[in-house]
Ligand binder design. Structure first.
Ligand SMILES: NC(=O)c1ccc[n+]([C@@H]2O[C@H](COP(=O)([O-])OP(=O)(O)OC[C@H]3O[C@@H](n4cnc5c(N)ncnc54)[C@H](OP(=O)(O)O)[C@@H]3O)[C@@H](O)[C@H]2O)c1
Length: 383
């Protein structure tokens, strides 16, 4: 029986993780759950899974959470300190499934407590990869990727000699807009960009998939998780989303992990690791799928992966600036305040304006994040 703390339980990953936990009542139990604003759903989940603690990110919502949990015996807490507290508290797995760099402090708290962390929340690793990985190493924490592409790479690397790795190939569906012309991209609405062809995910990552920023973030994520240089990590367009990523070895062999485009599989793998638990959905039928296709990405129409790579190569606090600018731009696009092509334009402008801090402390990264959000917010307001 593994005890699981779930940060971001009301989101797309969080709800699917609870489905997995529900499917294996003899394997998993919930210790604590956390969300940001969906009080009612959080309280229902906490009651249904008999959690010990429920945390709401927004402190103003604590009275509402307390009322929703009245008589249940479940502890109701709020705010960043409480998120850090449950991330560090004893449990077998902390599933980090909040969205954005907001998950950085709880992730570090879990790492400092030496926890096993199932990581879906990639933005903290993008913003502060060196600090997160140093903390994981120093406190003997364990990191198991949940994101389908890093999960695929993690699976392909099991039992392999790391010295034999030549390249990581991260696949991308290409998103909802992969065939549009630049003029069509300029006119894209949030509603259209939210129609992902193969995956059902939360709004931020769905827009990141449409801009291909998600691949840029995953290249940085894979660099930190697997210690592979950026020059040895490539992106490959694969519209069917069946091959979740590949590892090329120096003898020319490629290993790939295949599966249906459902996050249930990598979530279940990460929670059950090292054991593979049985699935209860239809198996992948390659004969029915027929063909799998691959193509090089078009970085001229979709500049975000190149911006992400440039930020990672610049190092220091630059990836934190990239991430913060992207989070603000995506939120403004979803709120109909800017156009689709303004997302890469704002990220590029933030990177151009940035003055590098080469070896930033956590405080310096948080300061760069905050300053970038303010600056990008100001630029959006001017439009
Ligand atoms: N969805 C996928 O299929 C997928 C695949 C691979 C990787 N990922 C990564 O997984 C992460 C989660 O993605 P998602 O699609 O599940 O996002 P989502 O549907 O937007 O859910 C985000 C979750 O985080 C909570 N949250 C946000 N800010 C918070 C804060 N400040 N304090 C506490 N809780 C907070 C939200 O609570 P409320 O609901 O109350 O706002 C919600 O539970 C992202 O980093 C994403 O890149 C997702």
């Amino acid at each position: 029986m593994k005890s699981v703390t779930l940060l971001g339980s009301t989101g797309s990953i969080g709800r699917q993780a609870l489905d997995v936990i529900q499917a294996f009542p003899e394997r998993f139990r919930v210790t604590a759950l956390a969300a940001d604003r969906q009080v009612e759903l959080l309280a229902r989940q906490a009651r249904a899974f008999q959690a010990e603690t429920a945390v709401i990110g927004r402190e103003a919502l604590l009275p509402e959470l307390r009322a929703a949990l009245a008589g249940s015996g479940i502890r109701a807490l709020a705010g960043m300190g409480a998120l850090e507290e449950i991330a560090a508290a004893p449990c077998d797995v902390v599933l980090a499934a909040m969205v954005g760099a907001a998950g950085l402090r709880p992730l570090l708290a879990a790492a400092r407590a030496g926890r096993t962390i199932a990581l879906a929340n990639k933005e903290p690793l993008v913003a502060a990869g060196a600090i997160v990985m140093e903390t994981v190493r120093a406190y003997h924490a364990t990191m198991i990727p949940v994101d389908s592409e890093p999960s695929a790479i993690f699976q392909c690397l099991q039992g392999q000699d790391r010295g034999g790795v030549a390249k990581l190939l991260i696949t991308a569906s290409g998103g909802a807009l992969r065939d549009l012309t630049p003029a069509q991209l300029a006119a894209v609405t949030p509603e259209a960009a939210l129609q992902h062809p193969t995956w059902t995910m939360g709004p931020k990552i769905t827009i990141d998939s449409a801009t291909l920023m998600n691949k840029g973030l995953e290249v940085i994520e894979a660099h930190w998780l697997f210690g592979v240089p950026l020059a040895q990590i490539d992106v490959l367009i694969h519209p069917q989303s069946i091959v979740h990523s590949l590892v090329e070895f120096r003898d020319g062999s490629l290993l790939a992990q295949l599966g249906l485009p459902s996050m249930r599989t990598p979530i279940q793998y990460a929670l059950g690791y090292p054991e593979r638990l049985p699935h209860n959905w239809a198996p992948l039928d390659l004969a029915t799928i027929g063909s799998l296709t691959f193509a090089a990405p078009d970085f001229a129409r979709f500049p975000c992966p190149a911006l992400a790579r440039a930020a990672a190569l610049a190092g220091g606090d630059t990836p934190a600036v990239l991430n913060a600018a992207n989070e603000e731009a995506v939120a403004a696009f979803l709120a109909h305040r800017i156009g689709f092509l303004d997302i890469p334009a704002l990220v590029e402008r933030a990177l151009t304006a940035h003055r590098l801090t080469p070896e930033p402390s956590l405080e310096a990264i948080l300061a760069a994040d905050a300053a970038t959000r303010e600056m990008v917010g100001h630029w959006i307001g001017e439009r």
